[in-house]
Design a protein around this ligand. Sequence first.
Ligand SMILES: NC(=O)C1=CN([C@@H]2O[C@H](COP(=O)(O)OP(=O)(O)OC[C@H]3O[C@@H](n4cnc5c(N)ncnc54)[C@H](OP(=O)(O)O)[C@@H]3O)[C@@H](O)[C@H]2O)C=CC1
Ligand SMILES: O=C(CO)COP(=O)(O)O
Length: 349
Amino acid sequence: MTDHKVPVTVLGGGSFGTTLANLLASNSVPTTLWLRNEEQASEMREQRENTRYLPGIKLDPQLTVTTDMASALSAAELVFLAIPSGAFRSVLQQIGPGLAGKGLISTTKGIEQPGFLMMSQIVEQEVPEARVAVLSGPNLAREMAAGALTATVVASDDEALSAQVQDVLGCQSLRVYASQDRYGVELGGALKNVYAIISGMAAAMGVGENTKSMLITRALAEMTRFAVHMGANPLTFLGLAGVGDLIVTCTSPMSRNYQVGHALGKGLTLEESIARLGQVAEGVNTLKVLRQKSLEEGVYMPLVAGLHAIIFEQQPLADVIGRLMSAEQKHDVEFSAFMASTPLTKEQK
Ligand SMILES: NC(=O)C1=CN([C@@H]2O[C@H](COP(=O)(O)OP(=O)(O)OC[C@H]3O[C@@H](n4cnc5c(N)ncnc54)[C@H](OP(=O)(O)O)[C@@H]3O)[C@@H](O)[C@H]2O)C=CC1
Ligand SMILES: O=C(CO)COP(=O)(O)O
């Protein structure tokens, strides 16, 4: 790590934006957190706490909180984007040329439709002169904010940018691993949210431990099958941004997607489940987008089809489970052919 830390801005004052900004500031990185709500911003400045999204976590005294986008961006070399996917493009469009030349790191785990676009692809469209990376992994905001030992992945073609992100974020509680498979890392973060909804639903129904394990493992097989079809490296899904994030989101009641699934499993409607949460659960929209894409691409995704049938086609749960359990019994691990055709590099050996 270097002594001199580049100035960083985080866009988005929700649970993850606040967590990242606080971590950066406590790493002695000059950090500004931008959010859109002045009432919330002034409360955060006065009380040194984000009572709406991260109650109980004290904000570092050095963290600057503002709603003034121009001042937030003027000095920043790196900008972390923690805006929900539904608003991601419109926020970038409001900023425009203010981001040119900066290192932009998306932390958003969603997919834009139409186009089936990852957030970093939206960054490339809206800010063609930017340097682009994504950050993803098993990173429940509340735990990270409380200092739990955590690991994450920065993925970019730009190795210097990945190194800068490792430098500003890495600390005694957070390890930042690098990857060059930006698409795979981003896809992993978005897809696992759908399976977290299923896992939450299953937990609410009181399923057994075997069932939970089957769900997570078949979820990994399904999301990897889709990702490989879309051009990602299956090995990425063995890492933190794949199976790592899948495990945490499918097992922790802290996950908002899991909570939506749990509420659905207890009999609440989708609208009630979302309203009760009061935070973003990206998996609901990703489910719609993914179902459509899997049909277009002809990728077999029985769990996605099943959840879609329950939530959006009002099919009885028992029918869906019956269909899943009586489907053709196929292969456990599907990528032996890929592995055989991809020799290990010198470093991997
Ligand atoms: N929380 C977590 O554990 C993690 C989250 N992520 C990802 O980070 C992204 C952000 O999630 P998270 O912080 O958790 O979400 P939250 O629901 O906690 O907060 C959402 C934030 O986005 C703001 N926002 C919404 N729309 C706009 C807009 N048009 N302009 C500006 N700000 C807006 C909200 O502001 P307002 O209050 O004014 O509506 C709020 O500050 C998601 O894609 C999520 O998947 C990734 C890793 C971990
Ligand atoms: O992505 C996350 C953990 O890595 C957060 O998951 P939720 O959005 O379901 O809370």
